[in-house]
Write a new protein. Sequence first.
Length: 114
Amino acid sequence: IYDTDDQKILMKDVCKLLQIDTKIYKERMLLSAISRAKDEMISPEEFELQAGGDYHQKKIAEVYKEYEKQMKANNALDFDDLLVKTVQLFQTQPEVLKSYQERFRYIMVDEYQD
């Protein structure tokens, strides 16, 4: 699981690979945009579609897509992925969802904002 420092290092690599001007597109801003998208369950592909003709949003979509590609290549997850992947698991595997619904009446998520 990548922590904030790992994410920043990866984002620097992604920006370098894509030749992104980090004076215009700060790594922190890009990571925040990706985190917001993940919180709203928006995939890189959906983000790109939503960007429409907005040049800056298309750049962020390009970074998001490469960031996810690199995360997968590194067999890594970030904190947002822990929630996204859980939701995806429950959406695609009803038997897993049913098992957890039978096992737990409530699930408390502490420190979600972190």
